[in-house]
Design a protein around this ligand. Structure first.
Ligand code: TMP
Length: 210
């Protein structure tokens, strides 16, 4: 049996990752692919509890604690859900993964991409994404989209503009280091165009339609 593919969606808050994930799940299933959507931080009960901690605006969480909490949530998700799914041939579509920590904690929090990569490699072991769709949007526009949501802003979303500028710059650095895996998609386009662009970036991984 072939191992499933691990596809991740990345980008700053308000880039439209959740909308793209919903569209992609339907499009991939329509092509006969067995695919499960998951999100980070969360996806399994222990990781959902860590999510509640890490995004709570009422709690003091230092930068290093934050990086370790995201990595801990990720380790549990990999062990409990991602690895078993991939091993049985199921694809996993993941809303955020290791690159979120490299960009937000490595770049945004200025812990450094290499330091954050080290703890995350310990957490994920061999579960590397086969392809990463990076939704890019002007940070100001992303922020106004996430600020227009009805729910309260989480602890990370309350950060200042320079935090998101550093996060965007780190995402771009990651993309330029690994353009084969990380494909950029202009998130300012209409959702249907974003979905078509994403399918184009996955074309070589998709089964032959015949
Ligand atoms: P979400 O809004 O995509 O559900 O993610 C919650 C917040 O967590 C979001 O502001 C981005 C942040 N985040 C990190 O800072 N590092 C990470 O590794 C992950 C997965 C999310």
């Amino acid at each position: 049996m072939n191992r499933g593919r691990l596809i991740t969606i990345e980008g700053i808050d308000g880039a439209g990752k959740t909308t793209l994930a919903a569209g992609l799940i339907d499009a991939l299933r329509a092509r006969g692919i067995d695919v499960i959507p998951l999100r980070e931080p969360g996806g399994v009960p222990t990781a959902e509890r860590i999510r509640d901690l890490v995004i709570d605006p009422e709690l003091p969480v230092s930068a290093r604690t934050e990086a370790l909490l995201y990595a801990a949530a990720r380790a549990q998700l990999v062990e409990e859900a991602i690895e078993p799914l991939l091993a049985r041939g199921t694809w996993v579509l993941l809303d955020r993964f290791i690159d979120s920590s490299l960009a937000y904690q490595g770049g945004g929090r200025q812990l450094g991409i290499d330091a954050v990569r080290a703890i995350n490699e310990f957490a994920i072991r061999t579960a590397c994404p086969d392809r990463t769709l990076l939704l890019t949007i002007d940070p100001g526009r992303g922020r106004s989209r996430s600020h227009s949501r009805t729910r309260e802003l989480d602890r990370l979303e309350r950060e200042q503009d320079d935090f998101f500028e550093r996060t965007v710059a780190a995402y771009e650095e990651l993309r330029s280091q690994d353009p084969q895996r990380i494909r950029q998609i202009d998130a300012a386009q209409a959702p249907e165009q974003v979905l078509q662009a994403a399918l184009g970036e996955l074309a070589d991984l998709l089964p032959d339609p015949s």
